[in-house]
Design a protein around this ligand. Structure first.
Ligand SMILES: Nc1ncnc2c1ncn2[C@@H]1O[C@H](COP(=O)(O)OP(=O)(O)OP(=O)(O)O)[C@@H](O)[C@H]1O
Ligand SMILES: [Mg+2]
Length: 149
């Protein structure tokens, strides 16, 4: 795992800095795992990323499991899949949910996955660009660490 950037933020308004650093990586056939404890800010970051692609109404997929968006970034079409594995307890449940089919059915999407640590790291497809953002929260601020793997 290689660290691409690490940023510490104390204000929600500064989240655009993280988005700007991530923007060059928002491409087709790209997987971004969003890791962090309950309430760390995974959905909030996703919402900001989608906003930067012109979409202003993103909600958490905790219950729906999967939200799909057809967006445009820098005049290129970008399909985004936003998933939340929180309600799936183990790899068997993830398997039977049809989650893995997504990589075949949406081979050109940007896939963003909350609670990605439900899946062990060696399970993720190797023929995608693969990144992980780890959000760590304390009383004062949040740290965003972005890796490729
Ligand atoms: N960088 C930030 N600075 C301040 N507050 C933030 C920041 N990011 C998120 N929050 C706040 O933290 C709360 C939880 O955020 P969010 O729902 O995005 O977390 P989550 O990681 O998706 O949670 P869950 O584990 O339930 O999916 C929200 O009230 C949000 O406004
Ligand atoms: Mg969430």
């Amino acid at each position: 795992m290689n660290l691409i950037f690490s940023l510490e933020l104390s204000k929600l308004q500064d989240l655009s800095q993280v988005v700007n650093l991530m923007k060059p990586f928002l491409k087709p056939r790209t997987l971004i795992l969003l890791d962090g404890e309950l309430g760390a800010g995974k959905t909030t970051l996703t919402r900001e990323l989608l906003k930067s692609c012109g979409y202003d109404h993103a909600t958490s997929p905790t219950y729906a499991l999967h939200h799909h968006y057809d967006l445009t970034l820098d005049s290129e079409n970008l399909n985004v899949e936003h998933l939340d594995l929180y309600r799936l307890e183990n790899e068997d449940q993830i398997e039977s949910s049809g989650f893995w089919d997504l990589f075949q059915s949406r081979p050109q999407s940007l896939i963003l996955v909350e609670w990605a640590d439900r899946v062990s790291i060696d399970q993720w497809p190797l023929d995608w660009k693969r990144y992980r953002i780890k959000i760590t929260k304390n009383e004062i601020d949040r740290t965003y660490q972005f890796y490729n793997f």
